[in-house]
Design a protein around this ligand. Structure first.
Ligand code: ARG
Length: 460
């Protein structure tokens, strides 16, 4: 015999190595609050359905609340011999209130219990993430508003492309993170399904009331198939996918800021509070916070793949493999919450180096598209205009001049229709302001987008 709650059919105890190998209590204790919440709802339902007596339910609920307080006060002893949080709490309950504690697990299995705990936990964490993403979004919009007059070179292929408002660039990330937030919100629909009552896999012979349990726990739906309920973690994979997409966005922002803060660019100065020095090179100020965001994105992807891989070959229904979901999940959550908070704090403290940005705007023939548009307005087909401007750029390179520095006579060698007004078209500020197409980089557009964003936070 061994000391496990399930020991009845065994002759010998478990090997120590097996105990170590199979325990999850060292990390699933993080779910204790949800385990107790779920148990209390379950017990209330059992009493309402006269499956247990009212006074038995009261004793069990009192015991569970006491255990919760012990855990919160750090007075609860987590023992690897208990395997997981479910059995640790059940054993403690029986120790505390006696045999009647053993009625808690009537009409329930750990298979539906863990699915419930994880869904309750993920519902709360999703709301927490959404809340913090709102903070990040607001800070991005405020930062964009603060720098509404700054123009930077926009890049494609990491080459100077066209001038854009810095705020427009920042608001691009606003849009990305907003979609990330919406994804978390949407996934709640699929998390918000109450699995309890599925039992081990086949349901139960007890006359339970699943809708009542669901209403006590504020679930809007109950699972429709007991085998499905205990055999899937798709809701969690979806959540981990949302985290992976979010961190991909965060990583790209980090990458840009790392480049913009390099001495080759010097567009921005990162706050000291989020930078690190070198142990050997005294001059160094390294963008470690941003590098770590980029790096941690790797493990967030890895965690998604951990779970996809754990699940892909599992025969229905529950298999112990599924216990491997938790560490990956917790790791992703901890890292994503930190990434959101670091970005929220770091972004408002970034300083722009306007002199360097303006110097850079003079390079790379950044208004060449405007010059081609100018020629197209003068009657050329855009394709022909494009070709002419290509030749103008090639000529300017040989003369080591910018578009602004070419004389009208030089321009006229390429197209007679070019007049003095060409210099308006190749001015980067005007280039930006003319891009009034919806979603384009003009100041009016971007400001409207920012105001709309900020208003949406006031309404909350
Ligand atoms: N610790 C287990 C898990 O996380 C709980 C379910 C255990 N069920 C079982 N039949 N062993 O998946």
């Amino acid at each position: 015999m061994n000391g496990k709650l399930w020991a009845g059919r065994f002759n010998t105890g478990q090997d120590n190595l097996m105990e170590q190998f199979s325990e999850s209590i060292s990390y699933d204790k993080r779910l204790y609050k949800y385990d107790i919440l779920g148990s209390i709802a379950h017990v209330k339902m059992l009493a309402k359905q006269s499956i247990i007596l009212q006074e038995e339910a009261e004793k069990i609920i009192d015991g569970l609340r006491k255990i919760e307080r012990q855990i919160e006060a750090g007075e609860f002893e987590f023992n690897p011999q208990d395997e997981d949080i479910h059995m640790a709490i059940e054993r403690a309950l029986i120790n505390l209130i006696g045999k009647v504690g053993g009625k808690l697990h009537t009409a329930r299995s750990r298979n539906d219990q863990i699915a419930l705990d994880e869904r309750l936990f993920l519902r709360d964490i999703s709301i927490e993430i959404i809340d913090r993403l709102n903070g990040l979004l607001k800070n991005l919009a405020l930062f964009a508003k603060e720098h509404i007059d700054v123009i930077i070179p926009g890049f494609t292929h990491m080459q100077h492309a066209q001038p854009i408002l810095f705020s427009h660039y920042i608001m691009a990330f606003f849009e990305k993170f907003k979609r990330d937030k919406e994804r978390f919100l949407d996934t709640i629909k699929r998390i918000d399904v109450m699995p309890l009552g599925a039992g081990a896999l086949a349901g139960t012979i007890w006359p339970i009331d699943r809708r009542y349990t669901a209403s006590l726990l504020n679930f809007t739906q109950i699972s429709k198939n007991s085998i499905d309920a205990v055999s899937d973690r798709d809701f969690m994979i979806e959540f981990l996918n949302n985290c992976a997409i979010f961190s991909m966005h965060a990583s790209r922002l980090a990458e840009d800021f790392i480049i913009y803060s390099s001495s080759e660019f010097s567009f921005i100065e990162l706050p000291d509070e989020f930078s690190t020095g070198s142990s050997i090179m005294p001059q160094k100020k390294n963008p470690d916070s941003l590098e770590l965001i980029r790096g941690k994105t790797g493990r967030v992807y890895g965690n998604l793949f951990t779970l996809l891989t754990v699940m892909k070959g599992l025969p229905l229904s529950y298999n112990r493999d599924m216990q491997e979901d938790k560490e990956a999940l917790f790791d992703t959550i901890d890292n994503c919450l930190m990434i959101i908070d670091i970005l929220s704090k770091l972004i408002p403290k970034i300083k722009l180096n306007i002199d360097e940005i303006e110097k850079s705007l003079e390079k790379g023939f950044i208004t060449a598209t405007d010059l081609a548009d100018y020629l197209a307005f003068k009657g050329y087909a855009f394709r022909d205009a494009h070709k002419i401007v290509g030749s103008i750029v090639a000529y300017a390179i040989t003369k080591n001049k910018t578009l602004k520095e070419l004389t009208l006579e030089e321009y006229k060698q390429f197209a007679d229709q070019i007049e003095e007004d060409v210099y308006d078209y190749i001015d980067y500020r005007r280039s930006v302001d003319k891009r009034k197409s919806f979603g384009g980089t003009s100041r009016a557009n971007v400001l409207e987008q920012i105001e709309e964003a900020l208003k949406s936070f006031d309404e909350k």
